[in-house]
Write a new protein. Structure first.
Length: 190
C-alpha cells in the first residue's frame, strides 16, 4: 500500500467520526443566517442521462489506464470474442479502493467486460464540470467511473444502452442538457 493510501486509511475514520458528531442543522442554520437561500436535498440518488449527449463532450472511443496502450471499442469487441475473463474487482475509487498497483491492459479490458456483462451495475458514474481560473466551464468531466463509462460506450455502440445513471455535481443547465430535458445550454463559463 502506498504512503497516500496509508495516510487516508489512518485519517478517514477520525474524519467520519467528526462529521457524524456535527449536527447537520448547525451548518444549514449558519448558511441561512448569512442570507443563503436554498432548499437542501433530503436525499440524492443520482440522475439518468443520455449517453449520446455525454459522448458530445467526451467523443474519444479509447481509454488508457496505468500507462497501458490505448483500449479501443474494437479491442473490447475482440476480447469478448476471445472470451477474456471479466474482472469484478473495483479499481481506482480514491476513498474506497485506492490504486496501490498498476494493472495490465488485459485487466482493464476485463473490468470493462464485467460491466458489459452486468449493465445494471453501470451506475453512480461521478460527473462534474471542468473548472478553470475560478470559472465553471460548460464541459462535463468524469471524476470516477471510467470503466463503467467505457462499458456504456461499447453497449451504446451495439445499440444495447442509451441511458446511464450518474452522480452529477456540476451545472444544472449542463445536467438538463445531458438528461435531454433541454436542447441547449449556456456556452459561457460561469
Amino acid at each position: 500500500m502506498n504512503e497516500v493510501a496509508k495516510k487516508m486509511r489512518d485519517v478517514l475514520p477520525q474524519l467520519i467520526e467528526e462529521l457524524n458528531a456535527t449536527p447537520n442543522n448547525d451548518f444549514y442554520n449558519e448558511l441561512v443566517s448569512e442570507g443563503v437561500e436554498f432548499e437542501p436535498l433530503k436525499e440524492y440518488n443520482g440522475d439518468i442521462i443520455q449517453i449520446d449527449r455525454l459522448i458530445e463532450f467526451l467523443p474519444t472511443e479509447y481509454w488508457s489506464w496505468d500507462g497501458t496502450k490505448k483500449i479501443y471499442l474494437d479491442d473490447i469487441s475482440a476480447a469478448i470474442q476471445k472470451a477474456l475473463p471479466e474482472i469484478s474487482s473495483p479499481y481506482g475509487d480514491t476513498w474506497k479502493y485506492p490504486v496501490t498497483e498498476h494493472k495490465s491492459r488485459e485487466w482493464h479490458i476485463g473490468r470493462i467486460i464485467y460491466f458489459i456483462n452486468h449493465p445494471d451495475e453501470i451506475k453512480d458514474i461521478e460527473i462534474d464540470n471542468e473548472c478553470n481560473g475560478g470559472y465553471i466551464l460548460p464541459r462535463p468531466i468524469i471524476v470516477d467511473g471510467w470503466h463503467r463509462y467505457a462499458a456504456a460506450r461499447w453497449l451504446y455502440s451495439q445499440g444495447k444502452l442509451i441511458k446511464i445513471h450518474c452522480k452529477y455535481g456540476g451545472r444544472i443547465d449542463i445536467l438538463e442538457y445531458l438528461q435531454g430535458k433541454t436542447n441547449s445550454f449556456n456556452y459561457e463559463s460561469v
